[in-house]
Design a protein around this ligand. Structure first.
Ligand SMILES: Nc1ncnc2c1ncn2[C@@H]1O[C@H](COP(=O)(O)OP(=O)(O)OP(=O)(O)O)[C@@H](O)[C@H]1O
Length: 431
C-alpha cells in the first residue's frame, strides 16, 4: 500500500515536471544557447542572431548546429564559452532514483531515514560544452563532464606502443602523444596543475615500454626534487639541478647530436629512423624559464630543437611562465607538440597554443588542452608514487651515474682492471 503510494507520488512528480516545462518552465538547451548568445552580444550590426540549422543526438552528447550571422567570428563565440557553459548549467540538478531503489525500501523499518538516504543520491549534473566552427557554429553539449581523475594504471601503458605516451582522457576517447610524429613538446601551465605529473607519466611509460632504447637527460631547475628519484636509473645519462650543470648537459647532448648527424650524412640517411637506430634520447627540462637568461643554454636549446628530431633527440620543455622570452621563437617553431594546463591570461595561452583557451580551462588539477589539428580538452592521468617506485625499482643502478659514465668510457681499457666501485644506493624521498 505504502509502496503504491510512494510510486504514485513519484509518477505524479514526473507529470508535474512535464506540465511545468510545457508552461514556460526552464527552456531546452537550444533555446538557452540562443538566449545566451543574444545576452552576450553575439548579434551582428543588423541585429541578426544565430539560427538553428540542425540538432542531432549522439552517444554522449547533443550537437546543435547554427548558421552564424555574417560579421561574427568563431573566436567571439569561443571567448564566451564559459558564459554558455554556466548558462546551460543554471539550477541543473536531477534526482537519480530508480524503481529498483523504491523496491528495496523496507516498509517495516525507518521509512524517513530510508527516503532521506535515497534523496542523498541526488546528483549534480554539470554539462560541458565544446564550440567549433566548420562553416557553421557548432555547440556540443555533453551529457557527462570529463572525469576529474584518471588513474595511471598498467592498462594505460598497454594502450601505448612504440614512442607513444598517454596524454589523457578526452571526450572522444583516450589520447596519446607520439614522439616519433611530434618529436618535441612544450608543456605549460600555472603552478600546481599537473605539469610535473604529466612528465612523470611520460618518463614512466617510456621506461616501462622502451627500457633498453630510451635514455634521459633530466634538467630540474626547481632544486632537483622532482627528478631526484630517477637520478640513478640506468636510463639517465645526464642530470642537472642548476644552470651551470644544465649548460654542460645540453652541450653533451649537442655533441652526441653532432656525431649522429655526421654519421647520417656520411651514410646518406635523412634521420635515425631511416638509419634503423632504436635509441631515443629525451632532454627533459622542468622549468625552462630559469635558464631563459643564459645565452649559452638558449643557443644549445635552439640547436637541439632545430636539429634534434633527425638525430634521435627529443625535447620536453616545461614552464609555468610562457612568454616570448622563456620560449624563443626557434624553440616554439620546432616544438610541434603542445600541452597546456590552466594559464592566467589569453596572452600566455597564445604563446603556448597559438590561440586562447588555456585561460578558460576549468580549475581542475590535471585538466589540459592538447594541440592537435584542433585543441582537445583532456584529463591527464595521475600517477601515484608507489607506481613510480614499482616501475623504476628494477632499473636503479647501484653505482652513481658519474662513475657509470667513466666506466662506460673505459670499457676494454687497462684502467678498469681491479677498479673498486663503492656501491651507493641513494634513498630518495618520493615527493
Ligand atoms: N592528472 C592529475 N589528476 C589529478 N590531480 C593531479 C593531476 N596532476 C596533478 N595533480 C595534483 O596536482 C598537484 C600538483 O601537480 P604537479 O606537481 O604536477 O604540478 P606542476 O604544474 O608541476 O606544479 P609546479 O609548476 O609548481 O611544479 C599534484 O600533487 C596532484 O595532487
Amino acid at each position: 500500500m505504502i509502496f503504491e503510494l510512494t510510486t504514485t507520488m513519484f509518477a505524479g512528480g514526473l507529470v508535474g515536471f512535464s506540465y511545468y516545462k510545457m508552461n514556460g518552465g526552464p527552456s531546452n538547451d537550444h533555446e538557452k544557447i540562443v538566449r545566451i548568445a543574444r545576452n552576450c552580444g553575439l548579434v551582428n550590426k543588423e541585429g541578426k542572431e544565430i539560427r538553428i540549422f540542425r540538432k542531432s543526438k549522439k552517444n554522449n552528447y547533443t550537437e546543435y548546429v547554427y548558421q552564424m550571422p555574417q560579421g561574427l567570428s568563431e573566436k567571439q563565440f569561443l571567448d564566451k564559452i564559459n558564459n554558455f557553459q554556466d548558462g546551460l548549467n543554471i539550477k541543473k540538478t536531477t534526482v537519480e532514483i530508480s524503481f529498483e531503489d523504491l523496491r528495496k525500501i523496507n516498509f517495516r523499518g525507518d521509512l524517513f531515514k530510508q527516503i532521506k538516504s535515497i534523496l542523498k543520491k541526488k546528483k549534480k549534473i554539470r554539462k560541458e560544452v565544446e564550440i567549433e566552427f566548420d562553416g557553421m557554429i557548432m555547440f556540443r553539449v555533453y551529457n557527462e563532464p570529463l572525469p576529474t581523475m584518471v588513474p595511471f594504471e598498467n592498462e594505460l601503458i598497454r594502450k601505448c606502443t612504440g614512442w607513444e605516451v598517454p596524454v589523457g582522457e578526452g571526450r572522444r576517447g583516450f589520447l596519446k602523444h607520439n614522439f616519433e610524429k611530434k618529436a618535441h613538446i612544450i608543456v605549460a601551465g600555472t603552478t600546481d596543475f599537473g605539469k610535473s605529473n604529466w612528465v612523470n607519466v611520460t618518463i614512466n611509460t617510456l621506461i616501462k615500454n622502451k627500457p633498453n632504447d630510451v635514455s634521459f637527460t633530466l634538467i630540474d631547475l626547481k632544486g632537483g626534487l622532482e627528478f631526484s628519484r630517477y637520478k640513478n636509473l640506468k636510463q639517465v645519462k645526464g642530470f642537472a639541478t642548476n644552470v651551470e650543470e644544465a649548460r654542460d648537459e645540453l652541450q653533451n647532448a649537442v655533441n652526441e647530436m653532432d656525431q649522429v648527424t655526421e654519421y647520417l650524412l656520411e651514410k646518406g640517411f635523412s634521420n635515425v629512423k631511416d638509419a634503423g637506430f632504436k635509441d631515443r634520447h629525451f632532454i627533459v627540462i622542468d622549468e625552462a624559464a630559469d635558464m631563459a637568461e643564459d645565452k649559452e643554454c638558449q643557443r644549445l636549446l635552439k640547436d637541439i630543437a632545430r636539429k634534434g628530431r633527425a638525430s634521435g633527440l627529443r625535447l620536453i620543455y616545461t614552464t609555468q611562465y610562457p612568454t616570448t622570452e622563456t620560449i624563443s621563437s626557434q624553440v616554439k617553431r620546432n616544438c610541434i607538440g603542445r600541452l597546456s594546463f590552466v594559464l592566467d591570461t589569453t596572452t600566455a595561452s597564445n604563446v603556448v597554443l597559438d590561440q586562447g583557451g588555456a585561460e578558460q580551462l576549468p580549475i581542475i588539477q590535471g585538466r589540459a588542452l592538447y594541440k592537435d589539428i584542433k585543441l582537445i580538452e583532456v584529463q591527464t592521468p595521475y600517477i601515484k608514487n608507489d607506481i613510480i617506485k614499482e616501475i623504476i625499482q628494477p632499473h636503479i643502478n647501484i653505482r652513481p651515474r658519474k662513475e657509470r659514465v667513466e666506466s662506460n668510457a673505459e670499457i676494454g681499457q687497462e684502467a678498469t682492471k681491479g677498479r673498486k666501485y663503492t656501491p651507493v644506493i641513494e634513498e630518495t624521498e618520493l615527493s
